[in-house]
Design a binder for this molecule. Sequence first.
Ligand code: SF4
Ligand code: FES
Length: 201
Amino acid sequence: MRTITLEIDEKKVKAEEGMTILQAAKSVGIDIPTLCYHEKLEPYGACRLCMVEITKNKRSRLVTSCCYPVEEGLIVKTDTEKVNKIRKTIIELLLPLAPTGPIMTLGAKYGLCEYIKKTEVEGEWKVKGFRFPTEQNDCTLCGLCVRYCAEIKKENAVGFIGRGVDRHIAILPEKGGICIFCRECYNLCDGGKFPHEAEAF
Ligand code: SF4
Ligand code: FES
């Protein structure tokens, strides 16, 4: 396997050909936020949270690091003003939809939430105010449950239905029994839809 040398956040990084920018960054401890990425699943590129700025042939552009493969001499910046502005807007859109712990943690990182300490070990998140009021449905549409069920379990018990703002996940009624005993996607769900949804079966 060919070794590729690139630069991420001014750090020389060696990666194997075929790796993504996200994997190369992770291999040297550079943290890029993700929602729809999972190391066992095919790249999906849905949440756009892992966006980074790349420079190639003196031209810069934004790409999703979970999908973009490493290239020789590529210059990557993971923490620019442009990148952080996009991430902040994405999180602002997601917060009213799914105000759960993981999304709140991201919100706090980008200055959208306050952390109120109740005790030494317990805490409560408070959102500073929604700029994009949306009905809470506990789903970020990351697709992890759908793809895990299809790619790993080969069951296709969970799927997307509807389009645009009506798009949501649904468990096929005839496969609900499988979900009760499987539950492997529960821990993947940052939006909080599972286990609530699956408990209904
Ligand atoms: S239910 Fe959870 S895992 Fe499935 S798409 Fe929504 S947020 Fe992602
Ligand atoms: S983690 Fe890359 S687009 Fe979601």
